[in-house]
Design a protein around this ligand. Sequence first.
Ligand code: DOR
Ligand code: ZN
Length: 348
Amino acid sequence: MDTIEIRKPDDFHLHLRRSELLRKVLPHTVNQFARGLIMPNTRPGPIITNEHVDNYRNEICSVLTKDQLAEFSPLMTIQITQETTPEIINKAEQARAIAAKIYPQGVTTNSENGVVDFRGLYPVFETMQELDMVLSLHGESPQEMVPGLEKEKTFLHTLRMIARDFPKLRIVLEHITTEDAVKCVLELPETVAATITVHHLFLTLDDVIGYSKDSKGLMQSHNFCKPIAKTVYDRAALRKVATSGNPKFFFGSDSAPHLKGSKECASVCAGVFTAPVALPLLCQMFEYLGHLEDRLEPFVSEFGAKFYRLPLNSERICCVKKEWIVPQEYDGIVPFMAGQKIYWQVET
Ligand code: DOR
Ligand code: ZN
């Protein structure tokens, strides 16, 4: 099979940034996705009030042309900090934020204002449960003594606790990287789902720290993200569940652009810019795993929308099997797989 036509997909985890960077990255997503769930960890100024939600949505829409506006909708989120109140959540819901995101403190890019005390946020979770607003979790423990590679596994205790205490609250464990997370989400009730990125379907830790064949012994800073890619066994578990047809697991790219200078330096920012290659690489991976025809469309275009209780997109998109080499950069931002061959592309 060398073409595939599917319902236009959604990206349920997307960093668009602001100003100049927003202008540079947004077209890459609009080309492939009908909707994106926009992450709130922007700088300067995180999205932590209803006014921020409105302003950020307006800024994103102002960057889109009239035609693009008809084709793409930003779905907004608000960030929960330790200071977030039920009143803030109520107002955010009125501002049409469909999810509230928690970054545990210090675990990733722009998370210094993140959460340490999850129980202290129970009144906020109570309100979200009543409003039917989705809780989106960056699932890594903020505790300093927990080693980086164990942070996701350790966080699962917190996830289990919140799911137990708020049985009607819909929760998404974002960008899962471990077999432990897969098992945990499978065990928990229907209210708990997970997103999977394209880079975590391709990478292991060795592709970041220079032990894989492709990395030729060199550290690959463009593959560095949080949570960091784990073992081949973990990746196998992600590949298996992503192509299993289980609606609890759906696509969120976590495309996280940083300017080249912030990725090629001594203190590298976490984040992989996958937007330009997301759908082609998903085609490639699902084909490789023998599930292009039956399981790609539900994973990218149906399960997420159903979990978020949004209508399915009616537009369609075509991908063709045609090789191309990923450019070394797009306007100062290095994409995932830069300089490498990809076997699928989106038909324009
Ligand atoms: O690698 C990451 N980059 N992980 C995140 O959770 C945040 C993101 C970013 O904003 O750059
Ligand atoms: Zn993210």
